[in-house]
Design a protein around this ligand. Structure first.
Ligand SMILES: NC(=O)c1ccc[n+]([C@@H]2O[C@H](COP(=O)([O-])OP(=O)(O)OC[C@H]3O[C@@H](n4cnc5c(N)ncnc54)[C@H](OP(=O)(O)O)[C@@H]3O)[C@@H](O)[C@H]2O)c1
Length: 370
């Protein structure tokens, strides 16, 4: 292991300390992890909130033994690398995603950076951060960007009509930009339920944005597409009712791509009946399930192809953000205190209109550096 800077043996993380304890998370002192051969150890400058974090605290479905420190999106400086790591060195500014069945880097520092937060990430989930991208913005990308990327890359064909509901969400606003500006979609349609989220979806490149609480979106999309339907739907909303509506908008032979566990399984507790497969079968449409968690819960699925895709995704996240093609919208920036993180996660969980991404400043001094 190559290491230069002096790194403490422990840090005060933020996470859950009991199996399925749920929110609120707590401050918990944990050892600073050591990188294995293919990992880097990052001193964390910034992170962001993802719904996965309250879900892990609620259900501990990766079967971890607490304490589990959360904050899986990472941007910071590499302080140690495993012996098999090349191309990323100590001192490099990076963005990364921690293994989703591992620990994150939220530290109960209050943003003062006195002690710092540390997390390991695999080399293939780590990309050098361009100087023009702030640590805060870089940290808003990994999980949400990779979710959109793994779903849309190679799936969107030039000129496609694409429907991405929830274009004001963390994944949604990046997915809309990606389809519209980087992957060549011809027409992007989206939805939201608040004036702000509708505006963000529009600003992200969706030409038509409907209100999913008020509009009959399948009928509106039928009008827009001369009753043909869209070539591709990407649904990252985790809404069972929403799934039924979006499935009705796919054209004959098109694709319905869902992020995560998919129809009938969104509670993760019981399977419920969903008519989605019947709706898709009637149209001869493809049901595609993309789930980043699978790569970590079923290691055999993390084959060389998946690894290369995610590595490419991390590199393109940095590249497209600097080119202004896929830029995270950070609607709120909070300090890494237990209270602020809990309040942010409670808002996400309650669906209280969190817009785009919420950034977490773990180390204010480091985050202010380029
Ligand atoms: N398994 C995986 O690989 C994976 C990876 C990343 C994320 N996820 C999951 O994906 C989901 C989205 O993550 P996120 O970070 O984007 O969350 P988020 O920022 O909370 O966004 C949720 C979005 O869904 C929209 N929405 C909710 N119900 C809807 C409906 N019926 N129709 C249309 N839009 C609807 C909301 O729109 P308004 O705010 O306008 O109401 C909001 O834009 C979460 O459940 C997360 O856990 C899974």
């Amino acid at each position: 292991m190559k290491q230069t800077q002096k790194t403490p043996k422990t840090f005060l993380g933020v996470g859950y300390t009991r199996d399925r304890a749920g929110l609120p998370l707590e401050a918990v002192r944990v050892p600073v992890p050591q990188p294995t051969a293919d990992q880097v150890l990052i001193r964390v400058a910034a992170s962001s909130l993802n719904p996965l974090e309250y879900k892990l605290a609620d259900l501990n479905f990766m079967g971890r033994t607490p304490p589990v420190v959360l904050g899986l999106d990472l941007a910071g400086v590499v302080v140690a690398v495993g012996h098999g790591v090349s191309g990323v060195a100590v001192g490099d500014a990076v963005a990364a995603m921690a293994d989703l069945n591992g620990d994150g880097g939220w530290a109960a520092t209050g943003g003062s950076g006195s002690e710092g937060g540390y997390a390991v990430a695999r080399q293939f989930l780590t990309a050098r951060k361009p100087p023009s991208l702030s640590f805060r913005d870089a940290a808003a990308l990994p999980m949400a960007f990779l979710s959109a990327f793994a779903s849309l890359f190679r799936a969107v064909q030039d000129g496609d009509t694409v429907y991405i509901p929830g274009g004001g969400g963390g994944v949604g606003h990046l997915a809309v930009q990606m389809a519209a500006r980087a992957l060549g979609a011809g027409l992007v349609i989206s939805s939201g339920s608040t004036p702000q989220s509708i505006e963000l979806a529009r600003h992200s490149g969706a030409q038509h944005v409907f209100d999913y609480k008020r509009d009959d979106i399948p009928a509106e999309i039928a009008k827009l597409t001369s009753s043909r339907g869209v070539d591709l739907v990407f649904d990252a909303t985790y809404s069972e009712q929403g799934f039924v509506e979006t499935a009705k908008t796919v054209r004959r032979g098109g694709s319905w791509i869902v992020l995560g566990v998919g129809p009938g399984k969104t509670t993760r507790l019981v399977d419920t009946h969903s008519p989605v497969d019947a709706i898709l079968a009637e149209r001869g449409a493809q049901h595609v399930n993309v789930n980043l968690l699978r790569y970590f819960s079923e290691p055999a699925t993390l084959d060389s192809e998946a690894l290369a895709l995610l590595q490419r995704g991390m590199a393109l996240a940095m590249e497209w953000a600097t080119q202004g093609l896929v830029v995270p919208h950070v609607s709120q920036t909070i300090d890494s205190t237990v209270e602020a993180i809990n309040a942010g996660l409670q808002s996400l969980k309650a669906g209280r209109g969190t817009l785009g991404k919420v950034a977490v400043i773990v180390d204010r001094d480091l985050a202010a550096a380029k």
